[in-house]
Design a protein around this ligand. Structure first.
Ligand code: UDP
Length: 376
C-alpha cells in the first residue's frame, strides 16, 4: 500500500509525535504551524544576553509514570535530573508546596509528627462534604479553611478568574497533600528537563525525511481537504469557525525582567494572595541547574481571559460550558478525514506526557485503521 499524504496542523508535541510515527511507517507528512517556531507552548529559546534557556510560554517540567513515553522522549533528547520544588509566598512568609509536613508545621508554628499532623488536619477538614464537586469543596474537605484560604483560594481566583466554587474539584486533585517532608511537586517515577530545551527535542522528532515543516502560516479548511487525512491540534472551536460559540480559555501574560545574579533562589515562587496581581515568578536559569549563568531572566506571570487574538493556554471547562463543548465534540466525531488531537484539539488540561501518550495512541490507531481500509 502506498504512503498517504498527511497534514499535521500544529508543530507542538501532538503534531510532531504523530507526524514522526506515521512518517516512519512510510507516509508523507506535512506539518504546518501558524507561529514562526516549532514546539507550540513548550517552546524554549536561549536568551542572547545571559545564555539562559527560557521557557518562552511559561514553565514546563517533564514528569511521567509512563515508561514508554519516558523512553520516547529520551530517544530524542538527553533528560537531565530535575525535581520541581515549588515555594509560595503568603502573608510575608515563604512556605513549601505542595502542602507537606513542613508546610503544615510552618503554617501552624508546630512540630507535629506525621500521625499528629494527619489527625490535626482531619480536625480542620469539613468531613460533612461526602463527595466534593467543586474546587472549594475539595479543598475544605481535605485541608480545611485555613490552608485553603492561604494557599489555594487567592491563587486560584487569580489563575482562573472566577471563584473556586465555580471550578471542578479535578483541578485541585492535581495537587497532593503529604504528611511527610517530601516536597517534590510531582509523584511520578520519571522527572527531568531536556538538556537543550524542548524545542531541540521536538526539532529532532520532526527531523525525518518523510516530514516537511512549514512555519508562520495558517491552514485553511479548503487546503486541508486536499490531504488524505488531517491531524488537527489547533483549537477545537476554531476548526468549526466558532459557529456554536467560543470555548473559554485563560491566557497568560509574562512580564519579563532580568537580574544580575540570583533573584529568588528557586525556579518557581507562587504568590497566594489576590493583593499581588501575578500568580507566580519563574526564574528560568533554575530550570537548568546543571548550567551556570551570572545573569538571570525572570517572568512575572499574569492570567486573564483569553481574547480572540490571544494565545489560548488553559481550557476552563466551566460547568455551564459543558453543553457547547459536547456539541463541538459531537461535530468533531462526525468530521470525516480529520482527527482532533492534543490540548487545544480536545479542549482538555493535558500534561506533556499525556499529550505524547495520546499522540502515540492516535497515530497507531489511525495506522491500524488505514491498513484495514477503515480510516475515518
Ligand atoms: N493552585 C493553588 N495554589 C498554588 C498552586 C496551585 O491554588 O500555589 C491551584 C490552582 O487552581 C491551579 C491548580 O491548583 O490551577 C493546579 O496546580 P498546578 O500546579 O497543577 O497548575 P499548573 O500551573 O500546572 O497548571
Amino acid at each position: 500500500m502506498g504512503g498517504k499524504n498527511l497534514l499535521m496542523v500544529g508543530a507542538g508535541l501532538s503534531g510532531a509525535v504523530i507526524g514522526r510515527h506515521l512518517a516512519e511507517l512510510g507516509h508523507k507528512v506535512t506539518v504546518i504551524d501558524a507561529r514562526d517556531h516549532i514546539g507550540g507552548n513548550c517552546h524554549t529559546e536561549r536568551d542572547g544576553d545571559t545564555g539562559v534557556m527560557v521557557h518562552v510560554y511559561g514553565p514546563h517540567i517533564f514528569h511521567t509514570d509512563d515508561e514508554e513515553v519516558w523512553e520516547y522522549v529520551n530517544r530524542f533528547e538527553r533528560f537531565m535530573p530535575y525535581k520541581n520544588r515549588v515555594k509560595t509566598t503568603v502573608g510575608g512568609h515563604v512556605y513549601s508546596l505542595p502542602i507537606n509536613l513542613h508546610t503544615i508545621n510552618q503554617f501552624y508554628g508546630r512540630a507535629m509528627r506525621p500521625d499528629e499532623a494527619k489527625a490535626f488536619i482531619e480536625e480542620q477538614a469539613d468531613t460533612s462534604i461526602d463527595d466534593p464537586q467543586t474546587f472549594e469543596e475539595q479543598a475544605l474537605r481535605f485541608v480545611g479553611p485555613d490552608l485553603y484560604e492561604a494557599f489555594f483560594k487567592g491563587y486560584t481566583q487569580k489563575q482562573w478568574g472566577c471563584s473556586p466554587t465555580e471550578l471542578p474539584a479535578s483541578i485541585l486533585k492535581r495537587l497532593p497533600v503529604r504528611f511527610n517532608y517530601d516536597d517534590n511537586y510531582f509523584a511520578h517515577r520519571f522527572q527531568g528537563m531536556p538538556e537543550n530545551g524542548y524545542t531541540a527535542m521536538i526539532g529532532r522528532i520532526l527531523d525525518h525525511e518523510g516530514i516537511r515543516v512549514e512555519l508562520g502560516r495558517k491552514v485553511t479548511r479548503a487546503e486541508a481537504a486536499a490531504y488524505d487525512h488531517v491531524f488537527y491540534s489547533g483549537p477545537l472551536d476554531g476548526w468549526f469557525d466558532y459557529e456554536l460559540g467560543r470555548l473559554g480559555y485563560r491566557t497568560l501574560d509574562f512580564e519579563r525582567f532580568t537580574h544580575d545574579g540570583d533573584y529568588q533562589g528557586t525556579a518557581v515562587m507562587n504568590y497566594g494572595e489576590v493583593g499581588v496581581p501575578y500568580t507566580r515568578i519563574t526564574e528560568h536559569k533554575h530550570f537548568s541547574p546543571w548550567e551556570s549563568h551570572e545573569g538571570s531572566v525572570l517572568y512575572r506571570e499574569f492570567s486573564r481571559e483569553c481574547g480572540p487574538d490571544d494565545i489560548p493556554y488553559y481550557p476552563i471547562r466551566l460547568v455551564d460550558e459543558k453543553e457547547m463543548l459536547s456539541a463541538y465534540v459531537d461535530r468533531a466525531k462526525t468530521e470525516r478525514g480529520v482527527s482532533f488531537v492534543g490540548r487545544l484539539g480536545t479542549y482538555r488540561y493535558l500534561d506533556m506526557d499525556v499529550t505524547i501518550r495520546e499522540a502515540l495512541d492516535a497515530a497507531r490507531a489511525w495506522a491500524r485503521a488505514e491498513e484495514l481500509g477503515e480510516t475515518p
